[in-house]
Write a protein that binds this ligand. Structure first.
Ligand code: HEC
Ligand code: HEC
Length: 393
């Protein structure tokens, strides 16, 4: 075989996993994409260290695959800065028979890993799947504040009476990092309660990097014989560095925890009018304007107001549900999407189906039907004011 000149070979190798070039440095403290303002020097150093990890491109030798969706966190989380959302979706599948959902675990469900280190290992959506949903990447700005909201707050919100027949359920999940039952608040289905658990989940399920909480690789469409051939690297691949006592999952979790909440845009008269309309339509029955964190060892996360515009509860959204049953979330249940940072989002709703806020509101159903109908009856100028308010968040 004729040997390629080294530079040419390198170009091919890097082209196969194209990356957006990372910004030279994160924005200043307090700005969207930067660290929270007021961190200690140690926390700042941890933020920067975690950002490196978040940007790091995983390689086959470093544990990428055998099956995966992408090669770094930042490829899917970058809109408005490192840690943002994106228009990137992943695929979930399962089989629904007479209203009962089967995640087809034995066939590699419910999350599809669409890529592989060798095409021979690639997963496909199996023939028996009749429920297929896409999920768009969510933003991580202010995630540490969301993590620090006490379970008790969310349980109390779930128990409180609400207008329009709105219910709302706390998602009780088992947190793999502590082995305790917690109230889930991350992901479209509230599938995780802590950033460390989500990082560990993302490492293994999006990149194929096994870690101390998830030491086993995903078998391509459940084929363990194929996995045995494909998987050449000793698990867990994400090792704890004895010098720092931290693995990549810990560093990525810290980066997310210390990310500043999204900053608000200019508040105009229209924005203020839109805010009053938002309240009068009872959007606030689910999109709770603000919650408060509990005590935290990180001073800037302790007892802080969090203007997230979400109750972090699961709601029956009728035909807006994605059909996937995941943990305590039923087929039609979705987490109230936090509305802060909407202006930095390229697309809306769990499948990223629209870039129009008007269309996103009109797609609300189920428990949100009364609110949606009231929105439909507004005069166009009022609808525009409401949208101006949403864009200011
Ligand atoms: C292939 C694209 C992709 C990659 C790579 C990826 N993510 Fe995500 N991320 C997503 C999608 C899609 C969601 C929404 C998933 C859902 O709810 O089902 C998400 C959601 C999250 C959330 C939940 C945030 C919230 O409030 O809902 C966290 C935390 C997260 N990702 C962290 C990470 C970390 C850390 C990495 C790197 C280890 C990573 N992600 C890599 C696509 C990706
Ligand atoms: C019953 C609870 C509920 C009510 C009431 C409600 N929402 Fe929502 N909202 C949700 C849920 C759940 C989602 C996530 C839906 C999805 O994508 O599956 C959401 C998503 C959104 C989104 C898209 C956010 C994103 O991240 O993509 C916008 C914008 C929004 N709501 C605005 C409104 C407005 C404006 C009102 C009042 C007219 C309203 N909502 C009333 C529960 C509610």
């Amino acid at each position: 075989m004729k040997l390629l000149p080294p530079l040419f070979a390198l170009a091919i190798a890097s082209a196969s996993f194209a990356q957006p070039s990372p910004p030279p440095r994160p924005p200043s403290p307090g700005q969207t994409g930067g660290p929270i303002a007021g961190l200690t020097p140690t926390e700042m150093a941890e933020f920067r260290d975690g950002l490196d990890d978040f940007r790091q491109v995983e390689t086959v030798d470093g544990g990428l695959g055998p099956i995966f969706n992408d090669t770094s966190c930042i490829v899917c989380h970058n809109s408005g800065g490192a840690g943002g959302a994106s228009a990137r979706t992943v695929t979930r599948f399962g089989r629904t028979t007479k209203g009962v959902f089967d995640p087809l675990t034995a066939r590699g469900g419910s999350l599809l890993q669409a890529r592989a280190i060798d095409p021979a290992f690639r997963e496909v959506v199996p023939r028996e799947a009749n429920t297929i949903a896409r999920r768009v990447a969510t933003p991580l700005f202010g995630a540490g504040l969301i993590e620090a909201i006490p379970d008790a707050t969310l349980l109390a919100l779930a128990a409180a009476p609400k207008p329009d027949g709105v219910r709302g359920r706390a998602a009780l999940i088992n947190d793999v990092t502590t082995g305790t039952q917690r109230v889930g608040r991350f992901g479209w289905k509230n599938q995780q309660a802590t950033l460390l658990a989500f990082a560990a989940d993302a490492y293994v399920n999006e990149m194929g990097v096994t870690n101390r909480f998830f030491p086993e690789e995903n078998a391509p469409n459940g084929n363990t014989a194929l996995l045995a051939r494909a998987d050449q690297i000793l698990d867990p691949e994400d090792e704890v560095n004895p010098a720092t006592d931290k693995a990549d999952i810990d560093r990525a979790a810290t980066f997310m925890r210390l990310l500043a909440p999204p900053s608000r845009n200019t508040v105009t008269a229209d924005v203020l009018a839109g805010e009053r309309i938002f309240e009068s339509l009872n959007c606030t029955a689910c999109h709770t304007p603000a919650l408060t964190t509990g005590p935290s060892p990180i001073a800037m996360l302790s007892q802080k107001r969090v203007a997230l515009y979400s109750d972090l509860l699961l709601h029956d959204m009728g035909k807006l549900g994605d059909g996937i049953v995941q943990g305590p979330a039923g087929a039609r249940d979705m987490r109230t999407a936090p509305l802060w940072g909407l202006s930095a989002r390229p697309v809306y709703l769990h499948d990223g189906r629209t870039n129009s806020l008007d269309a996103a509101i009109k797609a609300h159903d189920g428990e949100a039907a009364a609110s949606r109908n009231r929105y439909g009856k507004l005069r166009p100028v009022q609808q525009q004011q409401l949208v101006a308010f949403l864009r200011s968040l």
